[in-house]
Design a protein around this ligand. Sequence first.
Ligand SMILES: *Cc1c(COP(=O)(O)O)cnc(C)c1O
Length: 350
Amino acid sequence: MEFDLNRLLRPHIATLKPYSSARDEYSGKEGIFLDANENPFGSITEEVFNRYPDPYQKDLKARIGQIKGIDPSRLFLGNGSDEAIDLLFRAFCRPGVDNVILLPPTYGMYEVSAGINDVATIKVPLTADFQLDVPAILAAFNPQSKILFICSPNNPSGNKLNRTDIRTLISSFEGLVVVDEAYIDFSDEPSFIGDLDHHPNLLVMQTFSKAWGLASLRLGMAYASAEIISILNKIKPPYNISGLTQAKVLAALQDLSSMHRMTADILDAREQLQSGLLKLPAVHKIHPSHANFLLVQINRPKEIYNELVRHKIIVRDRSKVTLCEGCLRITVGTPTENKQLLEVLSQITS
Ligand SMILES: *Cc1c(COP(=O)(O)O)cnc(C)c1O
């Protein structure tokens, strides 16, 4: 399959002249900076934030590139993965004309972002065991289909999707295939970053919001060809990653072992939670999870959800979502939190 990025790109983006920031013209670190209308005296906060941050996030990208084994020219950083999702719509999907393919049940932002950008969605549900329905997806593509969103491990089902099926779809689709790996750190599955060299139409997304424990800093990553990444960089708001975020994430990246320990603790806690839940007669089924949450099929999900809220325990009611009928999605908490959840559940379901 010949992939033609220029056919995919909206024509006005190809010719767009991007914003040029003050720091584009001079990139040295030393100097008297009278070019960006900043406050020269500093800031009233404890740490100093008076200067605009690096619009290219060079130091941060160099470090992430080193860890992930990829050249920084193939890495985009967004204000959460959600910014990358939105920019993909703006770059590739003509409002009212193009469409994207979604595979429910899946992450809600793909559809919301499509809606915001006035882009139609074609939905091809996963199979009953939450795998890709490859023939149905292939049949759904049309010339206006620009992006296929695949989430693996999938939210809200928690399972990983069959690798060969994903590869078949990447090779068969003329549009862009996004593989969203928000939960990859909880899985034994290797990342699709390793497939980028063979597939110019592949984009892999990861995030600091889950395993890294940095959801509040808002940092998402997108990996793709240098050509696709340069398009995202061209249309992003110039200072999309705050200086605070750049500094804090760079510091966090010094300590990979703590992150791995925390992830292992979450996986232990997930096993404990799962066996506790399975002892409750009200629980019918727990779907196999490669993520930090469990999709739990339970009696009277709506009432149990409400009872839990009354006990100030908040889970996600997914019982009305395609293929998730009767299910609550429960994020793995600390061992203490999980124990409290199990106690309350056993009270209210007995
Ligand atoms: C949580 C999540 C994200 C993360 O989004 P951020 O904007 O980076 O916080 C992305 N994709 C999926 C499927 C998620 O569940």
